[in-house]
Design a protein around this ligand. Structure first.
Ligand code: 13P
Length: 134
């Protein structure tokens, strides 16, 4: 599956630790990330990650473009709900596209746990049906 990993600055350490904890699962999948988040995860885990621009420079929109082509299967986006972001419209657009295309989206660690464990036990097989139809 194709998985997007994104975290705002105050949540980056949480996401790095989360990916480290589930590294055996993540390494079986294709990983994408916004620029700085991807770099942090790569440095901490050595996982191969396709990195887009940093969020404020368009990274959220680049990931959104893949969602619009139904080429992203899961989005893990640890948002910082307590800090205003200069690119708030891009963030809203990304979340909206997840809803348009019914892409599983975790915006916090609690939901991310459930998605990643579900991924491991085969709960994402329905995405293959979508891919086969293309
Ligand atoms: O701002 C972001 C998501 O909206 C994340 O971007 P970075 O991973 O480059 O910090």
């Amino acid at each position: 599956m194709k998985i997007a990993l994104i975290a705002h600055d105050k949540k980056k350490t949480d996401l790095v630790q989360f990916v480290m904890a589930y590294q055996p699962i993540f390494k079986e999948h294709e990983l994408f990330a916004t620029g700085t988040t991807g770099l942090r995860i790569q440095e901490a885990t050595g996982l191969s990650i396709h990195r887009f621009q940093s969020g404020p420079l368009g990274g959220d929109q680049e990931i959104g473009a893949l969602i619009a082509k139904n080429e992203m299967d899961m989005v893990i986006f640890f948002r910082d709900p307590l800090t205003a972001q200069p690119h708030e419209p891009d963030i809203t657009a990304l979340i909206r596209l997840c809803d348009v295309y019914s892409i599983p989206l975790a915006t916090n660690m609690g939901t991310a746990e459930i998605l990643v464990r579900g991924l491991d036990r085969g709960d994402f097989q329905w995405r293959n049906v979508i891919h086969d139809k293309k």
